[in-house]
Write a protein that binds this ligand. Structure first.
Ligand SMILES: *[C@@H]1O[C@H](CO)[C@@H](O)[C@H](O)[C@H]1NC(C)=O
Ligand SMILES: *[C@@H]1O[C@H](CO)[C@@H](O)[C@H](O)[C@H]1NC(C)=O
Ligand SMILES: *[C@@H]1O[C@H](CO)[C@@H](O)[C@H](O)[C@H]1NC(C)=O
Ligand SMILES: *[C@@H]1O[C@H](CO)[C@@H](O)[C@H](O)[C@H]1NC(C)=O
Ligand SMILES: *[C@@H]1O[C@H](CO)[C@@H](O)[C@H](O)[C@H]1NC(C)=O
Ligand SMILES: *[C@@H]1O[C@H](CO)[C@@H](O)[C@H](O)[C@H]1NC(C)=O
Ligand SMILES: *[C@@H]1O[C@H](CO)[C@@H](O)[C@H](O)[C@H]1NC(C)=O
Length: 409
């Protein structure tokens, strides 16, 4: 199949699949929940608003009221349902939404932070807020995900704690941390210019954290494409979903710690990754000077202690920066991630590896080749799918009172 045909297929694909997709995720709600795409008034007016905070809240309210079916009881295969808290805590979603809007306007980085946090949570034993648990053994025994994945890469715990506290004041012991994280992530992605997707609720929180899984099953920044696709497939994501999910790197910075080895000691050679274009290598090195202290032995920082020197971990580079020298930067949640990869300007080795295999490279080209609507539609879908991964519902798990601590039975 030639490239042009492939592009046509990719563009038409969502139309063909708009019903079939729901089968894949076992969601039986296609008739009830309309899919929002970026052509929606909902998103467009958000973009053009001067006071994005109030406009955001207004638009969400309008979107909800103009789709009455949204308030109907809908369930999917995961036993989550739309507006699960409508009787027990009707204010829950609004509290999350306004808290995130407040945080966002002072801390834009909350959007990529929550996206990452949520991704890590869902990838390890499902979206059960296990990533939020503190090590209950003090600092001596590294048994929590929070420690396994150091918070040089994960932030936003404090924001979730803050929202949880607000929700607890209104409805004590009702709304799970897992739902708060799922909702807060969606709202933050939307504020950052990402697409809207409906978040079903009713998740319960886990009793425990999963250290071993955290270190072994999270895709690594130095993974080759085969390995990345394999790890995503273990969670049920196909190639297309994997490529669209990695598009989350459109926003936020990639920490220098994840780039260092590529720049200064690629695969133990003491040299940079030869596939980085020379001018881009220079640009990357300027943003991420060599840190002699960084252990170059293969991302052992994945399992270092959670106390991380803040000085270094704040350094990083964004995909907007990667492309800005050659392309004027538009909205943040668009195709610039994929355009960067097409030019060999991937920041992580794992990102650039998407170009190393034909199947994934074609998807990258396809996403880069339109105004971003194909990517945004796919991203919304894959986020919805990820939000429902292996959730605990009903009587499983618990509802934590403090997201850092399990409730002892
Ligand atoms: C998809 O779901 C519909 C309705 O639930 C069903 O009729 C159809 O056979 C399913 N298709 C596949 C491929 O599973
Ligand atoms: C935006 O709207 C919110 C809510 O109406 C208001 O509290 C805030 O002061 C406004 N911000 C600006 C910059 O006008
Ligand atoms: C850490 O906790 C695990 C599981 O609770 C236990 O098996 C292990 O022995 C502990 N390690 C240390 C060093 O205490
Ligand atoms: C890391 O997490 C701990 C709580 O587990 C928090 O106190 C600390 O501020 C975090 N550090 C950073 C740099 O986010
Ligand atoms: C990709 O990475 C995996 C795991 O690290 C390794 O086993 C495999 O040989 C690598 N494949 C290629 C083509 O380099
Ligand atoms: C390297 O680590 C040492 C000791 O941990 C510290 O004193 C020094 O400031 C670090 N250097 C850099 C460049 O981070
Ligand atoms: C939640 O638990 C953490 C860890 O024990 C503690 O530091 C924090 O103050 C608690 N938060 C609330 C609101 O009680």
């Amino acid at each position: 199949m030639g490239f042009c045909c492939y592009v046509a297929v990719v563009i038409l694909f969502p139309l063909f699949l708009s019903i079939a997709f729901w089968n894949i995720t076992r969601v039986e709600i296609e008739a009830e929940i309309p899919y929002f795409n970026d052509k929606d008034f909902f998103f467009v007016s958000l973009e053009s608003s001067t006071n994005r905070s109030s406009q955001f809240l207004l638009n969400l309210a309008t979107a909800k009221s103009s789709f009455p079916q949204f308030s109907q009881r809908v369930r999917d295969g995961s036993n989550l349902e739309y507006d699960f808290y409508r009787d027990t805590c009707p204010e829950a979603e609004a509290i999350v939404r306004s808290a995130i809007a407040r945080v966002y306007f002072d801390h834009r980085e909350v959007a990529p932070a929550l996206l990452r946090l949520f991704f890590h949570d869902c990838f390890i034993q499902g979206c059960d807020a296990s990533v939020l648990l503190d090590d209950n053994d003090g600092d001596k025994n590294r048994s929590s995900e929070k420690q396994a994945i150091p918070n040089q890469t994960l932030r936003g715990f404090d924001k979730i704690d803050m929202i949880k506290e607000e929700v607890e004041q209104t409805c004590p012991g009702v709304v799970s941390c897992a739902d708060i994280l799922a909702l807060a992530t969606r709202d933050a992605v939307l504020l950052a210019g990402g697409p809207f997707y409906p978040v079903l609720t009713g998740r319960r929180d886990s009793h425990q954290s999963f250290f071993e899984e955290a270190t072994n099953q999270i895709p690594r920044p130095d993974s080759n494409v085969t390995h990345t696709l394999h790890l995503f497939s273990l969670r049920g994501f196909n190639e297309r979903e994997t490529v669209s999910l990695l598009g989350g790197h459109n926003i936020g910075k990639i920490g220098c710690d994840f780039i260092q080895t590529r720049l200064y000691n690629f695969e133990g050679t003491g040299q940079p990754d030869p596939s980085i274009p020379p001018d881009f290598l220079l640009q990357m090195k300027l943003n991420c000077p060599e840190n002699k202290n960084t252990s170059t032995n293969d991302f052992s920082e994945f399992i270092v202690s959670k106390r991380v020197s803040s000085s270094h971990s704040d350094f990083g580079m964004s995909y907007m920066q990667a492309l800005s020298s050659s392309v004027s930067s538009g909205a943040a949640f668009d195709t610039h991630y994929y355009k960067s990869l097409l030019r060999g300007k991937g920041l992580l080795f794992a990102d650039q590896q998407l170009m190393a295999e034909e199947r994934t490279a074609r998807l990258v080209s396809a996403y880069a080749s339109d105004d971003g609507s194909t990517f945004r539609m796919d991203f919304a879908r894959v986020m919805l799918k990820m939000s429902n991964l292996d959730v605990l519902t009903g009587l499983e798990g618990q509802v934590r009172l403090n997201c850092s601590l399990p409730v002892s039975s």
